[in-house]
Design a protein. Structure first.
Length: 270
């Protein structure tokens, strides 16, 4: 490989974000030189060791890198302003510290009515569901607006947990409140009963969780805090899918109507 080859490889590096057609995810692709790729791979893998508490089921290497890349970028967004920033910038940044990158917009009036399963989108346009809305309810702020063509109607914002209360909860709990967890990575306040489920910002409804237990175990894997567990030694229950709940069968009358509606009809269309 000549110097010219090396330069060509270096100049052709890129990372691209390509949103899916339905807006639910983004595909990343790119091209890195062999040395740059090795730095990224080793860095992401090493950070993965730090953010996943011991004893947790480890996602596979590719999934770990995706999670770790997100934390890396979130840390950057939360960083103290640089020395070059003006005083006004610093004050604004401090005031906004730990405020969300994420703002969820309901671009459809049915979002709240559907339990955020429909019509909830990021400000940038990507579609999100009830898990992301609950997470932003803990870690950020939710703006509700309706976007129709060029028109934007703002229906108000649900502010995040007040900063003083957030600090109070973190000081009270002195670490992640999941039993035996010793991770101190990105400790955050969490609503035990989510706001979407009627929970409030009272100190009793707030608890401190590390990043892994908050973002991954609860809001992404769907585990629940066992209400019977002691406050500073919380246990997690498996996801509701595996807790044995079965939806009751509809009563015979409703069942007959449903079957009749689903029955193929031989009648010719009018
Ligand atoms: Zn939470
Ligand atoms: Zn934890």
């Amino acid at each position: 490989m000549t110097r010219a080859d090396e330069k060509r490889v270096f100049d052709s590096q890129y990372v691209a974000f390509q949103p899916s057609l339905d807006g639910t995810h983004v595909k990343m692709n790119g091209r890195l030189g062999a040395m740059e790729a090795e730095i990224c791979r080793q860095g992401l893998d090493r950070r993965g060791e730090r953010v996943i508490p011991a004893g947790e089921d480890r996602p596979n290497a590719g999934q770990r890198r995706a999670l770790v890349l997100t934390t890396l970028c979130q840390d950057e967004l939360d960083r103290e302003p640089t020395h070059r920033a003006t005083t006004a910038h610093r004050i604004r940044a401090l005031r906004n510290r730990r405020e969300p990158l994420l703002m969820v917009v309901a671009n459809n009036p049915t979002a709240e009515a559907s339990g955020f399963e429909q019509g909830s989108a990021m400000l940038a346009g990507g579609r999100v569901g009830p898990g992301a809305v609950d997470l932003v309810g803990c870690a950020g702020r939710i703006e509700t607006m309706t976007v129709t063509g060029q028109d934007i109607v703002h229906h108000g914002s649900r502010s995040g947990i007040p900063p003083a209360l957030r600090r109070g909860v973190l000081a009270r709990d002195n670490g992640c409140t999941i039993d035996a967890c010793t991770s101190v990575y990105r400790l955050e306040a969490h609503h035990i009963i989510p706001r979407s489920g009627g929970g409030d910002d009272s100190p009793e409804n707030l608890t401190t969780l590390c990043w892994w237990h908050h973002h991954i175990a609860i809001h992404r894997q769907g585990k629940r805090i066992d209400p019977q567990s002691p406050p500073r030694r919380l246990r997690l229950l498996p996801t509701s899918r595996s807790c044995g709940y079965l939806r009751p069968e509809p009563d015979p009358h409703t069942l007959a109507i449903l079957r009749a509606l689903q029955a193929p009809t031989n009648r010719a269309p009018p």
